[in-house]
Design a protein around this ligand. Structure first.
Ligand SMILES: Nc1nc(=O)c2ncn([C@@H]3O[C@@H]4COP(=O)(O)O[C@H]5[C@@H](O)[C@H](n6cnc7c(N)ncnc76)O[C@@H]5COP(=O)(O)O[C@@H]3[C@@H]4O)c2[nH]1
Lengths: 176, 176
């Protein structure tokens, strides 16, 4: 089951490393810019369609890239000073109020999407939706029992297949 | 099957993106430093034990970190200017001859290692070796049919469980 391994990989190879450092990067950002974020959590977006776009603006114009947080550099598996970073987005609601938060798609969902496109992978579009759900439930269980990650994230499952133009900003604001 | 998804993730999320750019980074490195590498391929190390150490020196003192190649920056899944880079290692043989090449462990192998350590994953040490082999064979098949990756890598399976102190430098030099 592809999604099971991808959820574990996302946890041990990424969230377990970056989430404990997130608050420090947000504080560093504040001391460099004076900007306060609406939340110190990483907002992890999981679209049911697995269509993780390159930039969040492509999905909702009320979600605009603001700036990147300071980088984290780690030596990993032979790569010296591998870089980990997150992007801050400005979210605008219907009353033109602005909120700033750290958000990104769960990268492994992009793997599911691209596997369903490559005929060699033997992975259909209907397998894909089921695997996104399995990824979500597996990841949620792992994170709930993880001391390193506790209270440092929001897992946002997005039913984006019949969605109206501002569903992303609306879903993000709900969690802030 | 965990390894199957990890091999696809490693290909669509990494090798397919970085291998087409590798030769350009090696040429940029040459124009900045005058240094010529013994190979323009990415040497991807797969230890059967799944023990992908942080730095290659930890395994063999004849493999020393030299410098990183120039970085590649890409917008991916909501993260702006995500950084991809590789490390150049200096390999010394028994005749004290030096070779320079780009090498790293296949990071997903670390996921297999850490899953076998986390009781919640339900993944034993013997599952792990079998999964490393499955990762290797799946990845080899994907890469053999990939136009983007053709001739730009070396996949090096390492039987590191009973290995002598300089097996890593020896295996790398064999491929150069
Ligand atoms: N958003 C985000 N930012 C990151 O910096 C990052 N780094 C990893 N991940 C995701 O976490 C999980 C575990 O990562 P791992 O390193 O074991 O496997 C990685 C790793 O083996 C390789 N890879 C990706 N980016 C790099 C990189 N910069 N350097 C070396 N290897 C890399 O290709 C695999 C798949 O990468 P992604 O498909 O981007 O998603 C990964 C994966 O789902 C990230 N996700």
């Amino acid at each position: 089951n592809v999604a099971h391994g991808l959820a574990w990989s996302f946890y041990v190879g990424y969230l377990k490393l970056v989430l404990p450092e997130l608050e420090k990067q947000v504080r560093k950002h504040y001391s460099e810019t004076g900007e306060v974020l609406s939340s110190v959590r990483l907002h992890i977006l999981l679209p049911l369609s697995a269509a993780a776009t390159t930039r969040l603006e492509e999905v909702d114009r009320n979600v605009l890239f603001h700036q990147n947080l300071p980088e984290l550099q780690l030596d990993r598996a032979g790569v010296r000073r591998r870089v980990y970073k997150h992007s801050i987005y400005k979210i605008t609601d219907q009353n033109k109020e602005d909120y700033y938060c750290v958000a990104e798609y769960a990268t492994p969902v992009l793997t599911l999407y691209q596997m369903s496109q490559d005929s060699y992978a033997g992975f259909s579009a209907s397998d894909r939706r089921q695997q996104v759900l399995l990824f979500y439930t597996t990841l949620r269980h792992i994170l709930e029992t993880s001391l390193e990650c506790r209270n440092r994230y929001r897992l946002i499952l997005l039913d984006d297949e019949q969605a109206e133009p501002h569903y992303l900003s609306r879903e993000l604001i709900k969690t802030l």
